[in-house]
Design a binder for this molecule. Structure first.
Ligand code: 13P
Length: 257
C-alpha cells in the first residue's frame, strides 16, 4: 500500500510566538505547492505559539499542518498547567505528539497515560503521533523488541483496527535523540518492521496504512537512506527542524543524495 510520508518538526521548548511566525513563514517561502503533494508536513511549536501559527497558516492558506507536542486526556477540569484536546482541536491542530520519550523520561508519563492521551486525541478528531523507543541500556541488553512491542500494545490498547490504521507511530531510539547518533537505516528499518508486525498481529489490515516515522538526529544528509526503507514513512525531526532551510531539505529528501 502507498503511504504518504509525513515529515514533522518537533520544536520542543524553542521559539516564542514572534520567532515561530518567522520560522513558519520562511518555511512556506522555501517549500513549493508540489512538495506537499508528495509529503505531508507538520510543525509542532510550543503551546503558546499555536494560535499565532494557526492564524498565519490560515490567512496565507499554507499547506503546512499544525501540530502540538502534548495534551491532557481529560476534556476540562482542575488540572493546573494542562491543555485539553478540545482546546487544541479549536485551534485546528491536526497532529498531536503523544508519549515523546522526553515526556516519559523527564515527566514520568506511563504507557497507561499515553493510551488515555491517544484516545483523547482521536476523540477530538485529530491524529496522534505516538512515540516509542528504547534507551541505550535496553538496546545493549537486547531488550529493544520487548520495550517497543509493549509500548505499542499498551499505547494502542482498546482501539479498533480502522482507527489504528489512521494514526502515526514514531520510532525514536532514545540514544539517538539530540546526540548526533542516528540509527543505521537497517536498524531503524528492523524496529519499524517490528512495529508494523506488532500492529498486524493485533489489528490486522491497519498495519498496511499506519504511518511509521523514524526520529533521532535526522538531518538532510541521512534522511534519504532512512526514507528508502520499506517500513519508514516519514521523520520526526527535532534539532534540524529549527532551521527552515535544513528542514525544507529534509522535506525534499528525494532531491538530496
Ligand atoms: P533530534 O532530531 O534533535 O535528535 O530530536 C528528535 C526528536 O526527539 C523529535 O521528536
Amino acid at each position: 500500500m502507498e503511504r504518504k510520508p509525513l515529515i514533522s518538526g518537533n520544536w520542543k521548548m524553542h521559539h516564542n510566538h514572534f520567532e515561530a511566525i518567522q520560522m513558519v513563514q520562511k518555511l512556506s517561502y522555501i517549500l513549493n505547492p508540489q512538495d506537499y503533494e508528495k509529503v505531508d508536513v507538520s510543525v509542532h511549536p510550543p503551546f503558546t505559539d499555536l494560535r499565532s501559527i494557526q492564524t498565519v497558516i490560515e490567512s496565507d492558506q499554507m499547506s503546512i499542518k499544525l501540530g502540538a507536542q502534548n495534551c491532557h486526556w481529560e476534556e476540562k477540569g482542575a488540572f493546573t498547567g494542562e491543555v485539553s484536546t478540545a482546546m487544541l482541536e479549536k485551534l485546528n491542530v491536526s497532529f498531536v505528539i503523544v508519549g515523546h520519550s522526553e515526556r516519559r523520561e523527564l515527566f514520568g508519563e506511563t504507557d497507561a497515560e499515553v493510551n488515555k492521551k491517544v484516545k483523547a486525541v482521536l476523540k477530538s478528531g485529530m491524529t496522534p503521533i505516538m512515540c516509542c523507543g528504547e534507551t541505550a541500556e535496553e538496546r545493549e541488553a537486547q531488550k529493544t523488541e520487548e520495550k517497543v512491542k509493549t509500548q505499542i500494545e499498551s499505547g494502542l490498547s482498546g482501539l479498533k483496527g480502522e482507527v489504528v490504521g489512521e494514526i502515526v507511530v514514531a520510532y525514536e531510539p532514545i540514544w539517538a535523540i539530540g546526540t548526533g547518533l542516528t540509527a543505521t537505516p537497517e536498524d531503524a528499518q528492523s524496529v519499524c518492521g517490528l512495529i508494523r508486525e506488532t500492529i498486524k498481529a493485533k489489528w490486522g489490515q491497519a498495519s498496511e496504512s499506519v504511518r511509521i516515522q523514524y526520529g533521532g538526529s535526522v538531518k538532510s544528509g541521512n534522511c534519504p537512506d532512512l526514507m528508502r526503507q520499506p517500513d519508514i514513512d516519514g521523520a520526526l525531526v527535532g534539532g534540524a527542524s529549527l532551521d527552515p532551510d535544513e528542514f525544507a531539505r529534509i522535506v525534499n529528501y528525494r532531491l538530496v543524495g
